[in-house]
Design a protein around this ligand. Structure first.
Ligand SMILES: [Zn+2]
Length: 149
């Protein structure tokens, strides 16, 4: 059987919430995600590419909306990996503008982070007000990644 994982990550790749913030989140997420199979906090030593699994369709330039080739993206990922994804700076291949790998438009959404809140098989989307609450608790803006495996 395939799994759906809702991954919630900070928009800023370097951002890691305080341990206190993460612990207080544990208290409310049981209620927020009571319909899911479980919630896990993944905390990584280095910045990781938080992927969308088989939900990966394409990558779009956020500046000129051109589709970005997978070969170019893979090369850029290899280069960024040499800095452990600390440096994500790129020049877009289409319109030659300064950008970064975290700002590309991934379809479906993806991103770079040292932490991910993973909700296993949620039966429903997180409500807007609860999403804002989680942002407030962690002290950062967040993005949602719907991953399928
Ligand atoms: Zn472009």
């Amino acid at each position: 059987m395939s799994d759906c994982i809702l991954k919630i990550i900070p928009n800023a790749p370097m951002f890691v919430p305080s341990l206190q913030a993460i612990n207080s989140l544990r208290e409310i997420e049981i209620d927020i995600f009571s319909h899911a199979d479980g919630v896990e906090h993944k905390i990584y030593e280095h910045i990781e590419f938080i992927d969308q699994g088989s939900n990966f369709e394409r990558i779009i330039c956020p500046i000129c909306s051109s589709e970005i080739s997978m070969d170019w993206w893979q090369d850029s990922m290899d280069r960024a990996y040499t800095s452990m994804f600390v440096c994500l700076d790129i020049e877009t291949p289409c319109c030659k503008k300064a950008c970064n790998l975290n700002s590309l438009k991934y379809e479906e959404s993806a991103g770079f982070s040292k932490i991910a809140i993973e909700v296993l098989n949620p039966k429903e989307n997180i409500k807007k007000n609860e999403f804002y609450l989680v942002e407030k608790m962690l002290g950062c803006s967040l993005r949602k990644i719907w991953a399928y495996y």
